[in-house]
Ligand binder design. Structure first.
Ligand SMILES: *Cc1c(COP(=O)(O)O)cnc(C)c1O
Length: 467
């Protein structure tokens, strides 16, 4: 029997117990009798009757149905699923941090204040910004905060015409979404053949109605926007500001600073670049940094108290553990690892843009062999599902939207050469299967508890209750 085949309630046998409560004097029939009638339960509570070993096995098995960075390689492009060092958890779990309250006497919070100040200082040094706010609780939340700062800046100068924000077609979906939530009009700028923002397409979009541009660099294809200096000049000349989506700051750590590229406002995803665990929608932290002239606008209140402190604490630990010398190594290794995989697999997968990548890159599905039609090969979904059979988490699929069969791979710096080689071996194996036994891919995964759910129904109408 697989323990996850049944719900814990279905394992129940009358009279079986895993835990017994101490007979408590205050819980006598007398005490019960003194409870008001309306407060008493009319029916028995539906609790499973199971032994301790059954409970332990049930939940341990359930926990293993999930895939995590602690169980295997997780090359999910754009999401940066790097290993989260256990010391981060140890620090975040310290009772000195766990039991503080944001409303306690300020004089007792000086140590916490010092941590925020040091983080502010460290992130400013890493990014070239002047100061950060730690209130935003996710990347998208940071984008919204940054755009609110952008609007406040223009409004403070009485410049009310600036209601448009330029977003490249390769942008992460949260960029246009945040701009829309902020009440800004989105203007798309096209990428050129090389996957980079095309300066000539940008030029005509710039006028006195533009509040700013949102850019990701390296962009979502993992490519460095080489024209960034010129783009910054053009946008600034037109009176706009540059917003930097720093969710994927990983490859630039200690190498290049957005502030030096000309960006005015940015957010970081502490839950990606700075190793704090994330997944399934949280927890996160998206601090927003600004250049000197925007510091007066940094005070927007977008969440209660001080933001997501435990996440900030993990990132703080990560930064201190690496230190100034070693943080550079993280970005460089992430870049080296991504290029190593890209070059090792380009014989079997279609590489739409041939260029040195940063921390991630995108294949456009499988590469066709002599006499084959690309459209008839197993799809990116099939490859991703088959990877699960081999014990790897799938890369990001069908994003970015620039290609039909996007397969976006990001190894991060925390993987060994052996792990990368094993992944490359399996990806080659899957490519061979695709040409010789395509059905094996189309019906994959074969070893997972669930194979191919209807993902839309699962997301829109989840069944979460036991009936
Ligand atoms: C992940 C990501 C975001 C959004 O971050 P969340 O914390 O999920 O809101 C924004 N931009 C890019 C480039 C990202 O990779």
């Amino acid at each position: 029997m697989k323990y996850y085949d049944k719900l814990i309630l279905e394992l129940s046998k009358p009279g079986r117990t895993g835990y017994s409560l101490r007979q408590n004097d205050s819980c006598t029939t007398d005490a019960l009798a003194s409870l008001p009638e309306w407060g008493k339960r009319k029916t028995d509570v539906c609790l499973p009757e199971v032994s301790e070993v059954d409970v332990v096995r049930h939940y341990t098995n359930l926990s293993q149905m999930n895939f995590g960075v602690d169980t295997g390689f997780y090359p999910l492009g754009s999401c940066t699923m790097k290993y989260n060092p256990k010391i981060n958890e140890e620090i975040a779990a310290m009772p000195e941090f766990q039991s503080i309250h944001p409303l306690q006497d300020k004089n007792t919070l000086e140590g916490i204040r010092a941590i925020f100040d040091e983080m502010d200082h460290a992130l400013a040094a890493i990014t070239g910004m002047s100061h950060f706010t730690f209130l935003p609780c996710a990347g998208a939340h940071g984008e919204l905060t940054g755009l609110m700062i952008m609007r406040s800046y223009h409004m403070s100068r009485g410049d009310l015409k600036r209601t448009k924000v330029i977003v490249p077609d390769s942008a992460h979906g949260t960029n246009p979404a945040s701009a829309a939530v902020c009440g800004l009009e989105i203007v798309e700028v096209k990428s050129g053949e090389n996957g980079l923002v095309d300066v000539e397409s940008l030029r005509p979009l710039l006028d006195d109605t533009v509040a700013g541009i949102m850019m990701t660099n390296p962009n979502t294809l993992g490519l460095f926007e080489r024209e960034i200096k010129q783009i910054a000049e053009l946008v600034h000349e037109a009176g706009g500001l540059l917003y930097y989506d720093g969710a994927n700051m990983n490859p630039l750590l200690g190498v290049v600073r957005p502030g030096d590229m000309g960006f005015d406002i940015m957010h970081l995803n502490l839950h990606k670049t700075f190793s704090t665990p994330h997944g399934g929608g949280g927890p996160g932290s998206g601090p927003v940094g600004v250049c000197e002239k925007l510091v007066p606008f940094l005070g927007v209140r977008v969440s209660g108290y001080n933001g997501n402190f435990p996440v900030i604490l993990r990132a703080y630990t990560y930064i201190l553990m690496l230190g100034r010398q070693h943080i550079k190594q993280a970005g460089r290794l992430a870049t080296l690892n991504a290029n190593y995989i890209k070059e090792s697999l380009r014989d079997a997968y279609k590489l739409p843009i041939d260029s040195v990548c940063k921390h991630e890159f995108v294949f456009d599905g499988l590469k066709e062999r002599e006499g084959e039609n690309h459209d008839e090969l197993p799809t990116t979904l099939d490859v991703a599902k088959r990877l699960l059979d081999y014990g790897f988490h799938a890369p990001t699929i069908y994003f970015p939207l620039l290609f039909h069969q996007s397969l976006m791979i990001e190894p991060t710096e925390t993987e060994s050469l052996e792990t990368l080689d094993d992944f490359i071996r399996v990806m080659h194996l899957i490519a061979d299967e695709a040409h010789t036994q395509p059905e094996l891919l189309r019906t994959a995964p074969h070893n997972c508890p669930i194979s191919r759910p209807d993902e839309t129904t699962a997301a829109r109408n989840p069944k979460l209750r036991y009936e």
